[in-house]
Design a protein around this ligand. Structure first.
Ligand code: MD5
Ligand code: FE
Length: 210
């Protein structure tokens, strides 16, 4: 379904095997070269979500190859299979072969939400590209709050994102405010390999050279 122009929600897009593969890959990335951690905010806060990056390292509010705010290591390379998964996601969401063939994500942000983790309303503005963002959810269901491009408040639409769901944010939705006000504990299937919590992978195009 499409809650706004350019935004497409495809429930159950990832089968259980694919979810298990992604959980296993995220476990490896979480170990290093840059460990998964709570990102520190410039004003001294710490995000309740834990994150690890692939391809490019995101810190508030820029991308780099090395994680100078964590351990100084270079992040893991962005694998070609992940770009291929992104193209398949865009193809299925938009049903537009040209849009999917041109899709070349170069970074993934992996977010892990424990039972009490939340993400406040924000825009994703650090990418120098208008390419869509591909979001994949595994584990516990969450409430995803999909807002507007002007304010972090109403109007917004709350959408339940379940394990296996795909969401693609492009076009006019690319710069909408959004957040995760709550996770629904123990709603996920441990057969994904995730005993508890929610995992979200977002594939993005930084627009940065090389
Ligand atoms: C999540 N992550 O569920 C979300 C999925 C983040 C973040 O928000 O920045 O790590 S990405 C949702 C997204 C991306 C780009 C645009 C819009 C939503 N949108 O217009 O609503 O952990
Ligand atoms: Fe975001």
């Amino acid at each position: 379904s499409s809650p706004a122009p350019g935004a497409v929600h495809v429930p159950g897009w990832l089968d259980l095997d694919r979810q298990r593969e992604l959980v296993a890959a995220c476990r490896e990335w979480a170990r290093g070269p840059v460990p998964m951690r709570h990102t520190r905010l410039p004003r001294g806060g710490v995000m309740s979500v834990q994150s690890v990056c692939v391809g490019w390292h995101w810190r508030p509010y820029s991308y780099s190859r090395t994680a100078l705010d964590v351990n100084g290591a270079r992040v893991a390379d962005f694998p070609s299979w992940l770009a291929e998964l992104g193209r398949a996601a865009v193809a299925d969401a938009y049903r537009d072969p040209a849009a999917s063939a041109a899709y070349a994500p170069d970074t993934a942000l992996v977010n892990f939400y424990g039972a009490d983790a939340v993400m406040g309303m924000h825009q994703d503005r650090d990418e120098r590209s208008d390419a869509p963002v591909v979001s994949l959810s595994i584990g516990d269901t969450c409430v995803f709050r999909f807002g507007n491009t002007r304010t972090r408040t109403k109007p917004y639409t709350d959408v339940e994102l379940e394990s296996g769901d795909l969401f693609v944010f492009g076009g006019a939705s690319r710069h909408a405010y959004h957040g995760v006000p709550r996770v629904r504990p123990r709603t996920g299937d441990p057969a994904t390999g995730l005993a508890a919590g929610r995992l979200n992978l977002t594939l993005r195009t930084t627009g940065l050279p090389g």
